[in-house]
Design a protein around this ligand. Sequence first.
Ligand code: RP5
Length: 171
Amino acid sequence: MNHPLVGIIMGSDSDLPIMKEAAETLEEFGVSVEVRVISAHRTPDVALAWARGAKGRGIKVIIAGAGGAAHLPGVLAALTPLPVIGVPVKTSTLSGVDSLYSIVQMPPGVPVATVGINAAKNAALLALQILALGDQEIDAKVEAFRQKQADSVAQRDAKLQEVGWKNYAKS
Ligand code: RP5
């Protein structure tokens, strides 16, 4: 694989079970990732240095996941013009609603594209769609993924029509 195009940053290694889904998805599409644990609160100097250097190193999109007082995506977005996708990580105390609210309400001028709670895979797919705008190979893979997904739904609907919804629900 080539040099990393997507930076996947998480506030703690405890976020990795969720954030690894983003890394796995991107690598399945042949896109290299740089995966780091960097905390906006615990290692703010590292967050600043990483974000300032990301564009120059060839990173095109950042996926940032954090839980609780989840300021990491917003802080990274403040430090770089690269698009930042925020993943609110589910918490045991407030079920990730705290994370979601911390990420989604950015001030005008510094956007973070926020996906659903624990939706790291969707974050990766959105990153791929952004990369696809300037990369025909990735674009073709995204189109193929969408087609496969549509075919899968169509097959299930055909089966449902064939057997009827009551039998389908039992199977
Ligand atoms: C956040 O605090 C991290 O993103 C993580 O979701 C949460 C808890 O971190 P740990 O105490 O597990 O390191 O900064």
